[in-house]
Write a new protein. Structure first.
Ligand code: ADP
Ligand code: MG
Length: 262
């Protein structure tokens, strides 16, 4: 039985069809890369796997270790071991970073009387290269740089100890040194925990650390091609998406010519 199995998935948001017959199978411990032009449905796929109610499944089926996900609420999916780092992590005023990390790990909020030294969020913040003294007590995302937000998100994902982590452009807006820190941590985590990872990226920098098994290229709400990640990246860098895929639906050409999201 596969860890994640998605068959002929069709999804609409506010009546707009976004996913159009997507198929994807992941086994335990596998690392899959998803690429594709802006607007091809990559983030929609991640939000649908996690179970956001506004992402309306009109056809198809998703299972996780054989359990059907389609109508399961988000918190049940999180309990099964699915965790996501969002493309655009939210700012939440009034909630401390240390507390969301503890909640992600199913731990009670920090009470200095029971636990003189905070010992759940602190090591995870260190692990992702954020100084706990400076970040622990800050409101989530508020005033964080792009890279700091991404690292704080990954600390929450690590806290959840997922069986499947979904990372939506973890490398966007992150400087090259931080990128290496994040990539090394992710690579170690995947190996140690035998965790499966679905990673959306436009760049190859982190691939050597994550050792992906396969790359998929999405366009128009479905996976159009799959192959060896390094070969797929090389071809797309040379040819661009339209020529690589051998098609160019309306809207896609203009998007790719304008450049990728940063
Ligand atoms: P990607 O992550 O591949 O860039 P997305 O999955 O974010 O693409 O978006 C796919 C398409 O769905 C886009 O055309 C986008 O405008 C549309 N879309 C995403 N979210 C919404 C929404 N909440 N309401 C309406 N359209 C949406
Ligand atoms: Mg996206």
């Amino acid at each position: 039985m596969s860890l994640l199995e998605i068959q002929d998935l069709h999804v609409s948001i506010d009546g707009k069809k976004v996913l159009n017959g997507l198929n994807l199978t992941m086994e335990k411990g596998e690392v899959h890369v998803i690429m594709g032009p802006n607007g091809s449905g990559k983030s929609t796929l991640t939000m649908t796997i996690l179970g956001y109610p506004s992402y309306n499944i009109t056809a198809g089926k998703m299972t996780f270790s054989g359990t059907e996900l389609n109508s399961m609420p988000i918190y049940e999916r999180a309990k099964l071991g699915i965790s996501i780092a969002y493309q655009t992590p939210p700012e939440i005023r009034g909630v401390k970073l240390r507390d969301i990390i503890r909640i992600s790990g199913n731990k009670p909020l920090w009470n200095p009387q029971d636990e003189p030294e905070e010992n759940i969020a602190t090591p995870l913040l260190k692990k992702v290269g954020l100084n706990p003294e400076q970040f622990r007590d800050r409101d989530i995302g508020v005033g964080f740089s792009g890279g700091e937000r991404k690292r704080a998100e990954i600390a929450q994902v690590f806290a959840a100890m997922p069986r499947l982590m979904i990372l939506d452009e973890p490398d966007s807006g992150v400087d090259i040194d931080s990128l290496k820190t994040i990539a090394v941590d992710l690579g170690e985590y995947i190996k140690e925990q035998n965790c499966a990872c679905l990673i959306i990226t436009h760049y190859r920098h982190i691939l050597p650390y994550l050792k992906p098994d396969i790359a998929h290229v999405m366009c128009g709400g479905k996976i159009m091609k799959s192959g060896n990640p390094f070969e797929v990246f090389t071809q797309i860098e040379e040819k661009g998406y339209c020529e690589y895929l051998g098609l160019c639906p309306p809207g896609i050409k203009e998007e790719t010519e304008r450049g990728m999201e940063i």
